[in-house]
Design a binder for this molecule. Structure first.
Ligand SMILES: [Zn+2]
Length: 163
């Protein structure tokens, strides 16, 4: 059975007890969480929220540059008024440099890419940088933004910056 087929089967049991069909489209807690795609992090469980509560934007590293489109849509069209940025210990983004991945791609395909993969070498600084990127974007509202580092060993979040 492929993973897709397993998921289809799991989903059948999920649907059989599903009770969240009447939730409103705008997030009830009016917030957006930007967090790394790392498979070890479960934002809902670790922070304590449910379906309908918040927008969760995930990408490699939880990088702001990659998330601006979603942040602006979330605020302007769906009313969110707070942002939480979460990077984490042992992140894969600490393990390579932009040039490394670009040269792998060039070797594999013979093509250059303009994509920026946005790795980082300083975890605290990466959170501060991303909070600043969001805060300084002219299309983002002036709202509370708090940055954290999630510890994959303990599940704890530690605040890096807030305004
Ligand atoms: Zn990560």
């Amino acid at each position: 059975m492929s993973l897709a087929e397993q998921f289809e089967s799991n989903n059948k049991s999920y649907v059989s007890t599903f009770t969240k069909g009447d939730l409103a489209l705008p997030p009830a807690k009016k917030a957006l969480i930007l967090v790394c795609m790392d498979a070890r992090i479960d934002p809902a469980k670790s922070l304590g929220f449910e379906e309908g509560d918040v927008h969760v934007v995930r990408n490699a590293g939880g990088r702001a540059k990659d998330a601006l489109r979603s942040i602006i849509i979330s605020q302007k069209l769906l009313g969110t008024r707070e942002i939480i940025v979460i990077h984490h210990t042992d992140c894969g983004m600490l393990t390579f440099k932009d040039e490394d991945l670009k040269s792998i791609l060039l070797k594999d395909t013979g093509q250059q890419t303009d994509l920026q993969f946005l790795p980082f070498s300083d975890l605290h600084q990466s959170v501060k940088d991303d909070v600043e990127i969001i805060k300084s974007n002219p299309f983002v509202l002036d709202i509370p933004i708090t940055g954290y580092i999630y510890d994959v060993k303990t599940g704890e979040i530690n605040k890096v910056s807030s305004d």
